[in-house]
Design a protein around this ligand. Sequence first.
Ligand SMILES: Cc1cc2nc3c(=O)[nH]c(=O)nc-3n(C[C@H](O)[C@H](O)[C@H](O)COP(=O)(O)OP(=O)(O)OC[C@H]3O[C@@H](n4cnc5c(N)ncnc54)[C@H](O)[C@@H]3O)c2cc1C
Length: 372
Amino acid sequence: MAVKEGAKAEKKKVVVIGGGVGGSLVVKSLQFIAEVVLIDQKEYYEIPWAALRAMVEPSVAERSVIYHRDYFTHGQIVTSAAVDITESGVLTADGDLYSYDYLVIATGHDDPVPRDRGERLVHYEAEYDKIKSANSILIVGGGPTGVELAGELAVDFPEKKVTLVHRGSRLLEFISPKASKKTLDWLVSKKVEVILGQSVDLDTMSDGIYRTSGGETVRADCHFVCVGKPIGSSWLQQTFLKDSLDSQGRLMVDKHLRVKGRERAFAIGDITDIEEIKQGYAAHTHAEIAVKNLKLLMSGGRASKMSAYKPGPALAIVSLGRKEAVAQFPFMTAIGCFPGKIKSGDLFVGMTRKQLGLKPLSSKPKSPSTGK
Ligand SMILES: Cc1cc2nc3c(=O)[nH]c(=O)nc-3n(C[C@H](O)[C@H](O)[C@H](O)COP(=O)(O)OP(=O)(O)OC[C@H]3O[C@@H](n4cnc5c(N)ncnc54)[C@H](O)[C@@H]3O)c2cc1C
């Protein structure tokens, strides 16, 4: 059921809130067949799985932090946070109202990052300088972000003392205990000190000495907080969708990815209540299904013909430096160069850029010591 390109009068208005992994794919896919408005609090899309590499090699951010305008050439970009939604429009923090025929909510997780791309690149340079000038580094949090950062530091800066403190009883609790144990062994083999089952009170830090809840002290020149981010739905709590949030603040969706009970509002990505590991590849698949369903509805197709989303098998790869990784495949876990070959070299940056219709650009790593 094709929607005519260029038939401006017939075009429906689609407002997409959130230009992350899911939202960026939706706007790119619909830009020529609908009047699309992207509302994002920042002017760029950032490839999340390259963020830790960008801390040890800031030039990576030149490829992974992408202006929305570079891939979304035919629609309106609103750089402001959405603060309210009604049955027919979205209100932004700047006080503007955008009406819609269809809505896609893709606000993922709350992550307070700079609004401007230039500032984001400066931020990575500053993180890099902080790492370079420290002899000892504390990482708080042993989820994927803390573990990936520990891996990057252990491989690129083996002379630095890295300590990772994690509140949970094992690293990477979202994958199997076997994979957690392999990850712990890998980090220990790289001389990372891992303290499990304890938290750090950052407010009591003085003169580079941090105290843990178990009474231990950690000496570090700087620290990075890598704890899980809250779901990006607090702004929905006073809106007409407030009753569509579950007890964890996730938007409840039906099998077609429409917000339950709403005919014109879809939700995709990490914000949904779908029981699966929250991963970018799932957000991508949600985006593809939502696009398919929106195309059908916009061309007058019957809602009963919409495609359904079925969660796939559990799959996750956490990189451990530039060559190795730990992977959770459906029936097994693996660690080392085999999963590393899949992710850790280019961290899917070239592939993700290609999906957005952009040139992959060079992925030649720079030496952390010479920068060349
Ligand atoms: C370190 C790390 C490594 C990862 N590695 C992988 C991996 O290798 N493979 C994989 O598949 N997944 C990986 N993930 C998970 C993946 O990044 C997420 O599942 C994915 O980003 C979710 O996509 P999303 O579109 O739901 O939300 P996001 O990508 O989080 O995008 C949300 C967007 O919404 C915007 N936003 C938020 N609130 C508002 C508001 N009120 N108004 C306007 N805009 C708003 C934000 O600015 C952002 O642009 C990793 C995550 C991390 C942190």
